[in-house]
Ligand binder design. Structure first.
Ligand code: NAD
Length: 516
């Protein structure tokens, strides 16, 4: 007996805190509040499948620049006259890939594996070797339809992160009422450190390995950080090449170029969706975006399109932070001119830094710029409790996935800063991905106004339901019906969004039952 008592007093081990457990805190809170069916909860608590696999590729020869100090040993090295300069591909990190026969026929002066290019710099010639990359695909849940979610190419990815992002997709597809589940994956790689052809080979090999796990009715990837329509085109080709039903396989990936079966409006869809939510947030207060100001983190797909659309609606961009630094202009940054700067082929890092229409500031000052809206559109975990204490905005609209930590969420609530949570704010991308998938299935092509009209309707309808759940305002209007989702008490918007997702997913399980 004494032994049993001792045994019972042993405290349960605290589960290790990870990105996934942190992301799931809100799931558990919402599940408790609505009394989510126990078995459905178990189905959703962990992903259906977690794939880790490896991709190998043969790299090309590279020229690696020496530091001025190292170059001193080669001060008398004559410059090589390059015959085929188009074969030299300069990377963001200063290294140069030798494509094809870049140096063929050139008058090469080489000493101890080093050569000088006409730009005056000395480079070490590093022969290309084979390299192995770690790749992932997490398939979180498919109760409502095929797994759906982006492919990320980034140095800092992990199974833990992809689990969190895949679960987010399950919630997001339910919120936006598209018949998909959730998945996510990618490769641990810094894409800016590899040449075009290398990335092509890595992507083709990645799809070669992924092929047995996915399909247009099984799991449908899309672009995410570090990938784009070009990568999707390669994935589509590799998946369908040589197949009899090749054209019936277009829906294997979304986010494709419109010329090969992509949807009008897809490239801008995530930014457009965030803008529709922000517009609706102000419309409810009887206001619009004219004269409103915003700060933006991330000037990639989501950030640049979001900023351009908000600017067209009358808002002013005051500061932008990206992976390389921060720029600020109190009179407003011209988004069109900034896009031209970032897309300039000479801007190898595609960074906002060096933009003539703004001054450089420190990242810590970025978070303290006074504005109406903060639009995070980069990576997760950027708005920490400390940042949340310092923000001088009235609204955070999450373009990125998981940009706000749970502690920061509590700080923002305490400070009365409003929140449009990621699983509704950035759902525009997956919503138009669904439109792309339907168009592929039906061999149709919808116009951009048609796509945007459908998107606006979907975003605003679901955002209004979430607002009603949050305020416990059960009602039916011309545009939406929140009566099946309100829970009899007020909750914060993130929890409200999760309640909407869980109630929709639970309905599938309860109506369909479980296969045994
Ligand atoms: P992207 O690769 O096109 O752009 C990423 C941007 O973030 C770049 O400007 C980069 O410089 C910046 N960045 C990277 N690391 C940073 C850091 N440490 N600090 C500051 N800035 C940093 O990516 P994207 O597709 O625009 O995705 C951005 C976010 O939006 C991600 O969280 C992604 O998961 C989410 N999202 C994307 C889509 C989509 O359709 N692309 C849809 C939903 C959600």
């Amino acid at each position: 007996m004494a032994n049993e008592e001792n045994f019972m007093r042993v405290p349960a081990p605290t589960p290790k805190r990870t990105v996934y457990t942190e992301a799931m805190e809100i799931f558990h809170r919402a599940a408790d509040l609505i009394g989510l069916d126990k078995r459905v909860r178990l189905e959703l608590e962990e992903p259906d499948y977690e794939h880790i696999f490896y991709v190998t590729a043969k790299l090309k020869d590279r020229l690696v620049p020496l530091t001025p100090e190292q170059a001193r040993d080669f001060s008398d090295l004559q410059p090589t006259q390059v015959r085929n300069p188009e074969g030299l591909e300069r990377l963001a990190d200063g290294k140069i890939i030798l494509n094809g026969r870049a140096l063929l026929g050139s008058d090469v002066s080489i000493r101890r594996g080093h050569l000088r290019l006409p730009d005056g710099h000395v480079y070490q010639l590093v022969p290309g070797e084979s390299q192995r990359f770690k790749a992932y695909r997490v398939q979180h849940n498919q109760a409502r339809g095929p797994y759906k979610g982006g492919i990320r190419y980034h140095r800092e990815v992990s199974l833990d992160l992809f689990k969190a992002l895949a679960a987010e997709m399950t919630w997001k597809t339910a919120i936006s009422e598209v018949p998909f589940g959730g998945g996510k994956g990618g490769i641990q790689i810094d894409p800016r450190a590899y040449g075009r052809e290398e990335l092509e080979n890595i992507t083709l090999r990645f799809m070669y390995k992924l092929k047995s796990m996915i399909g247009p009715n099984i799991d449908i990837p899309a672009p995410d950080v570090g990938t784009n329509g070009d990568i999707m085109a390669l994935m589509y080709r590799q998946y369908s090449d040589g197949e009899r039903d090749r054209h019936g396989m277009r829906g294997i990936v979304t986010g494709k170029d419109v010329r090969i079966g992509g949807s009008e409006g897809r490239a801008a869809a995530t930014g457009q969706g965030v803008a529709f939510c922000i517009e609706d947030y102000y419309a409810e207060k009887g206001e619009n975006l004219r004269g409103k100001s915003f700060i933006l983190q991330g000037f990639g797909n989501v950030g640049s399109h979001g900023a351009a659309i908000l600017q067209r609606m009358g808002a002013r961009l005051l500061a932008v932070n990206d992976a390389d630094g921060t720029i600020y202009n109190g009179d407003g940054i011209d988004v069109t001119a900034l896009l031209a700067h970032v897309n300039d082929p000479k801007n190898l890092r595609r960074s906002v830094l060096g933009f003539a229409g703004a001054q450089k500031i420190d990242k810590k000052d970025f978070w303290e710029v006074q504005a109406d809206i903060c639009l995070p559109a980069a990576l997760g975990g950027e708005i920490t409790a400390d940042v949340a204490e310092r923000l001088k905005v009235k609204l955070v609209a999450e373009g990125a996935n998981g940009p706000t930590t749970p502690e920061a969420d509590r700080v923002l609530q305490k400070r009365g800063i409003d929140m449009i949570p990621d699983i509704i704010a950035n759902a525009g991308g997956v919503t138009v991905s669904y439109y792309e998938w339907i168009q592929n299935k039906r061999m149709e092509r919808w116009s951009e106004p048609e796509v945007n009209q459908r998107l606006e309707h979907a975003m605003k309808r679901n955002y209004r339901i979430i607002r009603d759940i949050s305020r416990n305002q059960s009602r039916r209007s011309d545009t939406h019906d929140s009566r099946p989702f309100c829970i009899g008490k007020e909750v914060d918007p993130r929890c409200a969004a999760m309640i909407l997702a869980l109630k929709r997913i639970e309905a599938h399980y309860l109506l369909e039952g479980f296969s045994q």
